[in-house]
Every structure is written in structure tokens, then in C-alpha cells.
Write a protein that binds this ligand. Structure first.
Ligand code: 13P
Ligand code: 13P
Ligand code: MG
Ligand code: MG
Length: 364
């Protein structure tokens, strides 16, 4: 059975500040999606949150970039924004960059990750959702999952993974894409995906069957808006087992927290801390950045789940490490490398400060 798996998310108002999501907004999101399920547009859905981002996880049969499904998400975000305005939540409608729906939420602010799959006999799917970070945050974990035998033993002992994986990498600044065949092109690929502020892994495909293995959101809010509005807070869908890494191999990269951009005012580097859904409430210096993982088994498009994958206490050490890394970086205060490099600040607050002082710079 061919199923489309869509995750569409937006920050449409934080409670309190940028830390969490008000239950009334989630209830309205649920109401809108329940109606769409009843009408037959969706097979199933799950509404959740990661920090101040509202997440719509949906299954249907309409393919990617479907106008009706995207409009459903857009209209729900608009309704939730109205509630956020009434409650005077922080940054009501933050990620909705336009007033009218243009046929696809891509380019309008919300983050989108989608894939069309032939649902297997057993179809485990993990949806990763992050807050206080940027698209590109998935590059390192996606490398470990599908290229690194020290992470994924299946690459060694499972013969159906020996043909490797294809990575579709997007240059988010120049709007170009390239496909790398891994493992033979990992050195070439790492030159690019090791620079996640510019190059994002959009999708991964099995070279055994050509089937899609992973799909992520690569929208860059600051580039769409031409100014800083909030961080991208990306999502990523990963299929597991069979010709793909096992569930535990998909989760394993997050047991070694890596440093991503985001955190306070979207202008810092900080560790990506794996947490349970209920712990995805980033309050310390508006962070540190969080990632949650919702696990589902699909049954004819029905979402059997979620299991809160990072609730496992085996991720406690990773959380402690992330907190120690956070302390170390915080010591730098306004200094790099805690603060983002100038090139990145040019997309945020740097230009205004520069403009104010431009007349005072004298030639040396
Ligand atoms: P079980 O024996 O618990 O099914 O686990 C099998 C497995 O391969 C775990 O990685
Ligand atoms: P969000 O992108 O989660 O809204 O965070 C923005 C911010 O500026 C936090 O300090
Ligand atoms: Mg926010
Ligand atoms: Mg957010």
C-alpha cells in the first residue's frame, strides 16, 4: 500500500516566551486534523509539540506537496495563531511569513518533511523534531546512521545494507542539489555536509532498492524572510529495520550530543540534547537545543504509536554530557565560538548594529 507520510510544523506563538506551546493551540490543531481524518483527507494523524513548535504528523494517499494537505496544515496554523493572539502569546504567528496560502506551505515559513513509501510488512518510522536549532542539524546524525559502521553495525553484518545509501544534499543558499553515492563518496560528501549552515541532507535512499530511507525539512526561515524571525527548528522522518538501520541504530547518533546552531536568539552554538516529549521545554538561556523522537509502526497508514523514544533512561548520560557542554559554551558569553560567526550573524542582528555605527568607522 502506497502511503504518504507528512510532517508539517510551525511556531505560531510561544508560551512562555519561546519555551513551550499552550494546550489550547494543540487542542485546536487536533480539532482541525480530526475533522480532516473524518472527511477522509487524512488516514491518520498525531499532534505534538517540541518546545514552542506545533507538529502535525499525518498519513494520507495524496503524495508529497499536496495542495489540500498543505492547506489543511496552513489553515490550522492560522486558526491557532488567532488563539495565540487572543492569549497574547509570544510571537503569535511567528513562522507564518505570508498572509495568504499560495498552494504549498514550503517557502511560506512552516517546516516540511514528506515521503511516499510502499508500506512494508512491518514499517517502523521515527520522527525526529528539534527546537532552538537550524536545518542542517540532521547532517551529522544522518551520516552516522547510514554511513558509519561504528554507529550502525547493520552496515557490516547485514548483507542487504552493503550496497550503501544515496544522499541528496541541498545547497540552501544557492538553491542547488547534488546526490552522493555512499560509502564510496563519503569524503567528497563530508566536505559539504560538514558545513551544515549551508548544506543540508534533504533525503537518503537505499541503493539496494532505491526506496526512500529518510527525509528532512531544509527550509531556512531567515533566508525566506530576509531577516531573523526565529530558528528553523527542523524535523526529520527516518524508516527503520529491514534494508534500513535498526531502530536502535537510528537513535544511537543522539547518544553522543553534537553542537548545532540555534539556542538564544538563534545566534549561538549549543549541544543538541535528546529528551522525552515532556522535557522538550527549553528554558535555560532559551535552550539548550532539544531533539525528541516519536516512534510509530504503520498499519495501513494508521499511526500505531507514538513511543517516546528518548524517554529511555539510557540517554541520561547523553543529557548529562549535553548539559556539561552547555556550561562550557555558556562561559564564552558573547564570544565566538558560543556566538555564531559573523557570516551567520549577517542573517540576523548584525546588520542593524553595523548600520548604526557605520559613520564612526575611520580608515586606519
Ligand atoms: P529481540 O530478540 O528482542 O527481538 O531483538 C532482536 C534484535 O535484533 C535487536 O537489535
Ligand atoms: P524559536 O525559533 O524556537 O522561536 O526561538 C527563537 C529565539 O529567539 C529563542 O531565543
Ligand atoms: Mg518561538
Ligand atoms: Mg521553536
Amino acid at each position: 500500500m502506497k502511503i504518504t507520510f507528512s510532517v508539517i510544523k510551525a511556531d505560531i506563538g510561544g508560551w512562555v516566551g519561546h519555551s513551550s506551546m499552550h494546550p489550547d493551540l494543540m487542542a485546536e490543531g487536533d480539532r482541525c486534523l480530526a475533522k480532516a481524518k473524518k472527511s477522509g483527507l487524512l488516514i491518520d494523524y498525531h499532534v505534538t509539540k517540541c518546545g514552542d513548535d506545533l507538529q502535525f504528523i499525518m498519513t494520507h494517499v495524496h503524495g508529497t506537496d499536496d495542495k489540500k494537505v498543505h492547506k489543511l496544515a496552513w489553515d490550522a496554523f492560522i486558526n491557532c495563531t488567532a488563539i495565540a493572539k487572543k492569549l497574547k502569546l509570544h510571537g503569535a504567528g511567528q513562522d507564518l511569513l505570508t498572509t495568504a496560502f499560495s498552494g504549498n506551505v514550503k517557502g511560506q515559513g512552516p517546516g516540511v518533511a514528506e515521503m511516499v513509501i510502499n508500506e512494508r510488512e512491518a514499517e517502523p518510522i521515527i520522527v525526529f523534531m528539534a527546537d532552538k536549532t537550524a536545518s542542517g542539524a540532521w547532517n551529522l546524525p544522518l551520516y552516522h546512521m547510514f554511513c558509519d559502521p561504528f554507529n550502525t553495525i547493520g552496515l557490516v553484518i547485514s548483507s542487504n545494507m552493503h550496497s550503501g545509501f544515496k544522499y541528496e544534499v541541498h545547497d540552501v543558499k544557492e538553491s542547488k542539489k547534488i546526490v552522493f553515492n555512499c560509502p564510496e563518496e563519503i569524503y567528497d560528501m563530508l566536505v559539504f555536509i560538514g558545513a551544515p549552515s549551508r548544506y543540508s541532507v534533504k533525503a537518503v535512499y537505499s541503493r539496494e532498492t532505491g526506496e526512500i530511507a529518510a527525509s528532512s525539512s531544509t527550509q531556512k526561515l531567515s533566508m525566506l524572510a530576509g531577516r531573523y524571525v526565529g530558528k528553523d527548528d527542523p524535523v526529520c522522518i527516518v524508516r527503520a529495520q529491514g534494508i534500513f538501520p535498526a531502530v536502535g541504530e537510528v537513535l544511537e547518533p543522539f547518544a553522543r550530543p553534537h553542537i548545532v546552531e540555534g539556542w538564544m536568539r538563534g545566534s549561538h552554538h549549543g549541544p543538541l540534547m535528546p529528551v522525552s516529549v515532556s522535557d522538550a521545554v527549553p528554558t535555560r538561556f532559551d535552550g539548550p537545543p532539544r531533539v525528541i523522537a516519536a516512534g510509530f509502526q504503520l498499519a495501513n497508514g494508521k499511526l500505531v504509536g507514538p513511543v517516546d523514544m528518548f524517554a529511555d533512561l539510557a540517554f541520561n548520560n547523553a543529557r548529562q554530557q549535553a548539559l556539561d557542554m552547555a556550561d562550557m559554551l555558556r562561559r564564552h558569553g558573547p564570544f565566538e565560538p558560543h556566538r555564531l560567526p559573523l557570516e551567520e550573524m549577517e542573517y540576523t542582528t548584525m546588520p542593524q548594529v553595523m548600520k548604526k555605527l557605520s559613520g564612526r568607522f575611520k580608515k586606519i
